[in-house]
Design a protein around this ligand. Structure first.
Ligand code: RIB
Length: 304
């Protein structure tokens, strides 16, 4: 079982030629409403790949809250530990530019109300992997990390969006997963996807937080550094990019599934990179997330 602890949002997505700069108004080509939130996306990615998934989070008592819960139910995700609180659900305002690049503003809504009381001991029962992000309050994430570790789970923290990890006991995190921008933020360095610089950043993160590190680099693939110092790199898979929203979440969900299946770190990173590449072919964070069969097909094609 994978337990995902995190955010659930409605994504209001405008497709634009270019995102507006300061003081500028841009006319969108298209507008769509999708289910999103980093936590929910990662849960859906894992469930599509066939894993049993439980979710811990919150939605509001607005119409969006009901729609978001139904969406997670329809993916076969256990939603019993999702609180329904008064007020609005989480909302993300997203622009997607030609070429697939996105910009996101998150309004936390219900996600911002989460506290340690949402974490009954039962939510981590039989969880071999617990996956978390930083779109919920730091004290809640900290409590979830502590309890997941105490329950014996492998703890994967996707430190997105970039934020301080000061409130967290990183000794209890097995894998810190970040992209190049998040790595740069945590290290107070300049962002870079150049492989040599990224390797240096990965080593710096491993040293600073004394944890395993997974660093995703978009077209440069992904690299990892384990706690024992072993490390490696997986190349990116070629893909036709329509919308990169949720690609990192798909990577995280697929990584959690591979670890739940006791796959090696090399194998887990490669499968996660493949799932992430498949996810960007369609618009919307969750629309392109692959099934287990689609992932196996890409892995088989790549091995030929
Ligand atoms: O990672 C993508 C997600 O970030 C979107 O679905 C949006 O809701 C924000 O949480």
């Amino acid at each position: 079982m994978i337990t995902v602890v995190g955010s659930i949002n409605i994504d209001l997505v405008a497709t634009v030629g270019h995102a507006p700069g300061p003081g500028e108004t841009t006319v969108a080509r298209d507008y769509q409403v999708h289910h999103g939130g980093k936590g929910a996306n990662q849960a859906v990615a894992a469930a599509r790949l066939g894993a049993p998934v439980r979710f811990v989070g919150a939605v509001g008592d607005d119409d969006f809250g009901g729609q978001l819960l139904s969406g997670l139910d329809s993916e076969g995700i256990d939603t019993q530990a999702i609180k329904r609180v008064s007020g609005s659900s989480g909302i993300a305002l997203i622009t997607v530019e030609h070429g697939g690049e996105n910009r996101i503003i998150v309004i936390p809504g219900a996600n911002g109300t989460l506290a340690a009381d949402a974490l009954s001991p039962a939510v981590f029962e039989q969880s071999s992997v617990v996956l978390l992000q930083l779109e919920t309050p730091p004290a809640f994430v900290a409590a979830a990390i502590d309890r997941a570790h105490d329950a014996g789970a492998e703890v994967v923290l996707n430190a997105a969006p970039a934020a301080s990890l000061d409130a967290l006991d990183m000794a209890r995190v097995n894998w810190l997963m970040v992209n190049a921008g998040e790595a740069a933020y945590l290290l107070d360095e300049i962002e870079s996807t150049d492989l040599n610089t990224a390797r240096r950043h990965g080593q710096m993160l491993a040293g600073k937080f004394a944890t395993g590190v997974v660093l995703t680099l978009g077209r440069q693939g992904a690299l990892w550094i384990a706690r024992d110092g072993s490390h490696g790199h997986a190349a990116a898979f070629d893909t036709n990019v329509v919308d990169t929203t949720g690609a990192g979440d798909t990577f995280a969900g697929a990584f959690a599934v591979a670890r739940m299946q006791n796959r090696s770190i090399e194998d887990a990173i490669r499968r996660a990179a493949a799932a992430g590449a498949l996810s960007v072919r369609r618009q919307g964070a969750q629309a392109g997330m692959p099934s287990a069969a689609e992932l196996e097909q890409l892995m088989a094609d790549a091995a030929r």
